[in-house]
Design a protein around this ligand. Structure first.
Ligand SMILES: *Cc1c(COP(=O)(O)O)cnc(C)c1O
Length: 413
């Protein structure tokens, strides 16, 4: 066993927005014996998971699977399509968008970072970290790029550091309205399989995702969904790539195999996760997360604390960011809650470090796991001496009781 320095009884409450709690059904699938990745059974598994993933990404085109965390799939998207010195237009929605931009710089690209200007006077936090992508800013910038120097527009669909989603269809319309040929690349590492996402319909060229969030798997595999235009771009792009190269993967995937050793046991888990998601139906999966998110937000409102996302139209169904009052260190509060109640909450990242914490409502959850998590937060707020307007636990209980999950909206198990 792993050397943990303490063994609390009962299940740990992993309420961070990824890795998410893994359902037992998936853990059991992962525990099956590893098979020969060049043998006859493997091809059937490979074909099955690729077919299921296409349904989840809502695409008819290839999806590459990497034995890597989401960061690897970010790199794959850029390395396959860009050439040294290419200009890329990125948009600052939070910490993950900032990390992707830093990667673009390290790869020798020239990222330009658009952001909503200004600071919210009430919280002192940047507006761009409280709202989604403003498609009109992208359209304006692309219209000004008459020489078409910008080769790609890169945005994060579900910004996990803030709990804000962005309207990807609006970004597509902005690119089209400007008549600009840039590729559209979207990170939905934490949005896929929890929030509505449509790779083909929204005209996305590369969609990046990962295993450990909405797909309910442990960390360790990640994805690039491609468009014909992205594949075309990869034939002339000049950034060096080998491990990440799409051509060999896409070719071998046609028979369900990989050019190198794939993560066999995580693919068993993926196969199980896809069965669960597709048995339930994606629309039911999205509705389940929306309902949990509203229950959690009703608690935050009752406490009288601001929700990090300042625009109700783009609340994340995956997580809720909670801003602590001035002078209350959100990380000290998280530590206290972890020590006392064995509950892990997401930390504030980058520009919001210490100012907020995040409650994940994804993965293997149900109303009662969320109620327990909210009770842990409420007890922690009291112990830390944070004044609250009322009981968030009571508000969430009322919400969940008054809004029963329709048949089939409970977490499949
Ligand atoms: C988790 C996450 C990443 C990073 O993925 P890793 O698996 O940690 O490499 C990138 N972008 C978003 C939006 C994420 O949620």
């Amino acid at each position: 066993m792993i050397a943990l320095d303490h063994h609390p009884s009962g299940r740990h409450f992993l309420q961070i927005p990824g890795p998410s709690p893994v359902p037992d059904r998936i853990l059991r699938a992962i525990s099956l014996p590893t098979i020969d990745h060049r043998g006859p059974e493997f091809g059937a598994l490979g074909l099955k998971v690729i077919d299921g993933l296409k349904q989840v990404f809502r695409t008819r085109h290839p999806v590459a699977i990497y034995p890597a965390s989401g960061t690897g799939a970010w790199e794959a998207a850029l390395a396959n399509t860009m050439s040294p010195g290419d200009a890329v237009l990125m948009y600052e929605t939070g910490h993950f968008a900032s990390l992707w931009k830093k990667m673009a710089e390290r790869l020798g690209l020239q990222p330009e970072f658009l952001a909503l200007p200004g600071t919210d006077p009430a919280t002192g936090l940047p507006w761009s970290w409280r709202r989604g992508v403003q498609a009109d800013l992208i359209e304006q910038r692309l219209r000004a790029d008459t020489g078409h120097a910008i080769k790609a527009v890169c945005v994060v669909h579900n910004e996990t550091s803030t709990g804000v989603t962005s309207d990807i269809a609006a970004v597509r319309r902005a690119i089209d309205a400007a008549g600009h040929p840039a590729l559209l690349m979207v990170d939905t590492i934490s949005g896929l399989a929890s929030a509505d996402y449509r790779h083909d319909e929204w005209g996305v060229d590369v969609t990046i995702s990962g295993s450990q969030k909405g797909l309910m798997l442990p960390p360790g595999i990640s994805f690039n969904a491609l468009s014909p235009k992205a594949l075309e771009a990869s034939r002339v792009a000049k950034l060096p790539r080998s491990f990440w190269a799409w051509d060999e993967i896409v070719e071998m995937n046609k028979s369900g195999y990989w050019p190198y050793t794939p993560n066999t046991n995580l693919l068993y888990g993926l196969s199980e996760a896809l069965d669960m998601l597709l048995e339930q139906g994606l629309d039911a999966v999205f509705a389940r997360h929306q309902r949990w998110a509203e229950g959690v937000r009703s608690a935050v409102r009752a406490w009288g604390l601001p929700i990090q996302c300042a625009d109700a139209a783009v609340y994340s169904p995956v997580l809720t960011g909670v801003i602590t009052p001035a002078g209350v260190d959100a990380d000290a509060l998280r530590r206290l809650i972890h020590e006392r109640f064995d509950l892990s909450l997401g930390t504030g990242l980058g520009k919001v470090r210490g100012r907020m914490f995040r409650i994940g409502h994804l993965g293997d959850c149900n109303d009662l796991t969320l109620m327990a998590a909210l009770a842990g937060v409420e007890m922690g707020l009291k112990l830390a001496g944070v004044p609250t307007a009322g009981s968030g636990v009571q508000a969430a209980m009322s919400y969940f009781a008054a809004h029963p999950a329709p048949q089939g909206l409970r977490s499949a198990a």
